[in-house]
Write a protein that binds this ligand. Structure first.
Ligand SMILES: Cc1cc2nc3c(=O)[nH]c(=O)nc-3n(C[C@H](O)[C@H](O)[C@H](O)COP(=O)(O)OP(=O)(O)OC[C@H]3O[C@@H](n4cnc5c(N)ncnc54)[C@H](O)[C@@H]3O)c2cc1C
Length: 345
């Protein structure tokens, strides 16, 4: 019998598979391997988020954990995944600068932020008239490199298809799919979980995000730049620009309105020619309570879920995949706020 059948090959599915492998468990991962939220994301890990400049919840645990897992993945997949890029964040306006000075700049925040006026060649191409701060420990996960290397090295464990739920036979202590028996199934379907017969009820409220890929030949920055939009270096003068956020549109199509919004944001910060070479859209799997959803079905003990990674898949997936696998194998428990049990009450 195979230990795990994993449905979905985005952040949630890849990290679940990696956690299974680290525990010497066998697995099969099923995904159509088309565009998903993970491979269109920038992969930014930002310790300081939101308008109030608060450190991300639990960052002192989550960040070292993620760094350890990505380093192990890099060794296993023989590819570079985690880039220690740092963020250079420009204040958008006089009011934004004021908000930073009055409310944002707390001792807690300053453990992650630096105000050093370090000089970089690329600064001359940017409008930073209201000042800037640096977040040196911010990172970027190269999600495309991670997914491509995983599929190449574990080709025999990956099946390129979309699972038909009606083909799953759920028994007390195993699942059968296409004549093969599995001890556990972990659903990692992101925003498509709504079609799942066992977990479709979870309170997912997808946030549509659109982004651009641009060629900016003269910028020459290897730091993540942020003002109204992020400009994220992808190498070879290619940059990721994004992202929009929309809870009212649950389609997967790029729109003219967001193209205009993102290019306006880009022009507001950058004084250089650029060429847009791609425009993408995806749905972030966001829970209404903004907390991941992890754990085991109350009636079917072989069915599990890892979802609700929202805007922070790169940071949260390594931690919650390991929490889930330890709970499945050793009954170690799921932190109550993230436990899927909350969705069955
Ligand atoms: C524009 C944009 C920018 C973002 N930027 C960042 C960022 O900078 N940093 C960050 O941390 N996060 C970012 N995010 C959020 C991040 O992408 C998500 O948190 C994360 O990717 C969610 O991973 P997931 O595996 O849950 O979902 P997904 O990546 O969507 O993966 C789910 C997978 O399940 C598969 N699937 C679904 N149903 C089935 C089925 N029946 N059979 C087989 N396979 C199935 C899908 O095809 C898909 O491949 C961004 C998101 C967007 C849209």
């Amino acid at each position: 019998m195979i230990d795990f059948l994993i449905i979905g090959g985005g952040h949630a599915g890849m990290h679940t598979a990696f956690a299974a492998m680290q525990r010497k468990c066998s697995f099969v991962l099923v995904d159509p391997f088309e565009e998903n939220a993970t491979n269109i994301s920038a992969g930014i890990i930002n310790p300081i988020t939101g308008r109030k400049y608060k450190p991300q919840w639990h960052i002192e645990v989550l960040l070292p954990f993620a760094e350890r897992i990505y380093a192990a993945m890099e060794r296993q997949l023989e590819t570079s995944i985690l880039h220690h890029s740092g963020i250079w964040k420009m204040h958008k306006s006089e009011e934004a600068l004021e908000a930073w000075l009055m409310a944002g700049k707390t001792p807690e925040t300053m453990t992650w932020v630096s105000e050093d006026a370090e000089q970089h060649v690329w600064q001359k191409h940017l409008d930073h008239r209201f000042g800037a701060i640096q977040i040196p420990k911010a990172k970027r996960v190269d999600t495309t490199a991670m997914m491509n290397a995983f599929r190449k090295i574990y080709a025999e464990n990956c099946m390129k298809e979309s699972i038909n739920y009606a083909e799953l036979e759920v028994h007390d202590d195993h699942i059968t799919w296409k004549g093969e028996k599995y001890r556990h199934i972990v659903f990692c379907e992101g925003s498509r979980v709504m079609q799942n017969p066992w977990f479709g009820h979870i309170s997912l409220w997808p946030a549509k995000g659109e982004c651009l890929i641009a060629h900016i030949p003269h910028l020459k920055s290897n730091v993540i730049l942020q003002k109204k939009v992020f400009i994220v270096p992808f190498g070879s003068d290619i940059y990721w620009i994004g992202a929009s956020n929309d809870f009212t549109d649950a389609t997967y199509d790029p729109t003219q309105a967001k193209l205009d919004e993102l290019t306006e944001g880009l022009r507001d910060m950058l004084n250089l020619p650029y060429k847009i070479i791609a425009h993408r859209a995806g749905l972030r799997p966001t829970m209404r309570d903004r907390t991941p959803v992890v754990g085991t079905h109350p009636l079917h003990k072989s069915l599990h879920i890892l979802n609700g990674l929202g805007t922070k898949g790169s940071l949260l997936a390594p931690y919650y995949a390991h929490i889930l696998l330890d709970d499945i194998l050793h009954n170690t428990g799921i932190p109550a706020p993230a436990d899927v049990q909350r969705t069955f009450r």
